[in-house]
Design a protein around this ligand. Structure first.
Ligand code: BG6
Length: 456
């Protein structure tokens, strides 16, 4: 690893920040989910009130970078106002300044799923171009306000999944029960692409020295057997889940094979000339590809949700278990070589530097010992094997990787909404006063960073 390698950790606003609607924050769809499910997104890990303590702990571990997202509703409470919310801007400036104090680079995601409720109710979120206009304004404000403090930006979290999961940007299925869901997914995905390309272009114009990337969810699949039919099905899975999106993001072109495959699904794609111009503009090109990687899966010819292990794997798309791999409590297969395979495939296709912005092991039932420790040797094993694979990707395969930011570095809410799934180096006592306790992995990771990955 070179000396500039960004070791650190990763979070998102709705899962980590809390702070409710303080300082005029508006409601996002997660505040609405809280009303429906009781899951306390408005508190989460309460980074809002603990940020000084948390950043100091990150510094103690030696973090060089910290990934977080900005809550759109702190900057524009309803998503669309004429002027931004000054108190929200000041809140993030305080965080970025605190990180700078310790030489920790913020890596900031503009949109990690917490769409303003108002934009969903009024415009059906990304279904409407009105939301694209609002997003452009929000992104511009972020670049103008935080450009001197933030040099690494990511656009939309795991946007490749939104094409596959029609509900991702819609949120309330019932509202759309009579709609053509595939068409709806495409309309939302297309508008989210416009958000992405506009944000990249604006970032390059407003902060020329900054670097901006996308964020891909790895859905790496292997053929279940060497049968050519299984290999073909696997290629198709990888194309649809990952490469279709990255092909568009890296070339700015929606190619005819993709359009024809969409037509086969009865999706109508209307391409607008001005959008096409924006997408191929050199300023709209990402500087690096960031990604999340948790597991791999296997694909068989005619794999479908019903005959697959998708439910036990807690996955959103069809897949089978790999007999050569172990799995976590949550059914996610542990495959460190997979991260190296994914990075090789991605780099060899797109030739852009990579950044790991999510990786890690979610576990249940971590219990504080009487001396307030967590002995999480299983997490250390998981991370050690994955970091080793990242190092091999850099040292043996000679692929540029800018950083390693494992997910949920301080315990946070799972995306599926519970406190039980923990990823952190730091334990958060959600049952009491959200006190922080260092796990064994805290000390281990501190040494990994201090030795620049030599001591694993
Ligand atoms: C990624 C998301 O998909 O996976 C995160 O970007 C999420 O928001 C993470 O938390 C892990 O998933 P989960 O379900 O364990 O929280």
């Amino acid at each position: 690893m070179n000396e500039k390698f960004l070791w650190g950790g990763s979070t998102s606003a709705f899962q980590f920040e809390g702070g409710g609607t303080e300082y005029n924050k508006g409601k996002s769809i997660y505040d609405i989910r809280e009303e429906k499910t009781g899951v306390k997104y408005s508190i989460a890990s309460d980074f809002y009130h603990h940020y000084k303590e948390d950043i100091k702990l990150m510094h103690e571990m030696g973090f060089k970078a910290f990934r977080m997202s900005i809550a759109w509703t702190r900057i524009y409470p309803n998503g669309y106002e004429d002027n931004p919310n000054e108190k929200g801007i000041q809140f993030y400036k305080r965080i970025f300044q605190e990180l700078k104090k310790y030489n920790i680079e913020p890596v900031v995601t503009l949109f990690h799923w917490d769409m303003p409720e108002y934009l969903v109710m009024k415009y059906d979120g990304f279904k409407s171009r009105k939301t694209v206009e609002c997003f452009i304004k929000y992104a511009k404000t972020c670049f103008e306000q935080f450009g001197d403090l933030v040099k690494y930006w990511l656009t939309l979290n795991e946007n490749n999944l939104s094409m596959l999961i029609p509900w991702m940007y819609i949120y309330d299925k019932d509202r759309y029960k009579n709609s053509n869901t595939q068409q709806l997914a495409w309309d939302c995905y297309y508008n989210s692409l416009l958000c992405h390309f506009n944000a990249v272009k604006l970032c390059h114009e407003i902060i020329p020295e900054a670097k901006i990337g996308n964020m891909t969810a790895s859905a790496l699949a292997y053929p279940l057997t060497p049968k050519p039919e299984d290999i073909l099905a696997t290629d198709q899975h990888n194309q649809e889940t990952m490469w279709d999106d990255l092909d568009i993001l890296t070339t700015g072109v929606i190619n005819s094979s993709f359009i024809d495959r969409m037509k086969d699904k009865n999706i109508t794609i209307t391409l607008n000339k001005d959008d096409a111009k924006l997408m191929v503009d050199p300023k709209s090109k990402i500087d690096f590809i960031s990604f999340s990687y948790y597991y791999s899966l296997c694909i068989q010819d005619k794999t479908n949700i019903k005959n697959s292990n998708a439910e036990t794997m807690q996955m959103l798309y069809a897949g089978f278990y790999n007999p050569y791999l172990k799995k976590t409590d949550f059914g996610w297969q542990i495959d460190p070589i997979g991260i190296r395979i994914f990075m090789n495939m991605t780099y060899n296709k797109y030739h852009l530097p990579l950044m790991v912005v999510e990786n890690g092991m979610g576990t249940e039932n971590e219990i504080l010992t009487s001396d307030y420790r967590i002995h999480d040797d299983y997490r250390i094993d998981y991370l050690r094997s994955h970091i080793r694979a990242v190092k091999e990707t850099v040292d043996i395969d000679h692929i540029p990787v800018w950083g390693y930011l494992p997910w949920g570095c301080i315990d946070l809410l799972s995306a599926s909404g519970n406190y039980k799934k923990r990823y952190g180096f730091i334990y958060v006592d959600f049952e009491h006063k959200l006190e922080r306790y260092k796990k064994d992995s805290f000390y281990w990771y501190k040494n990994v960073i201090a030795s620049n990955g030599k001591e694993l």
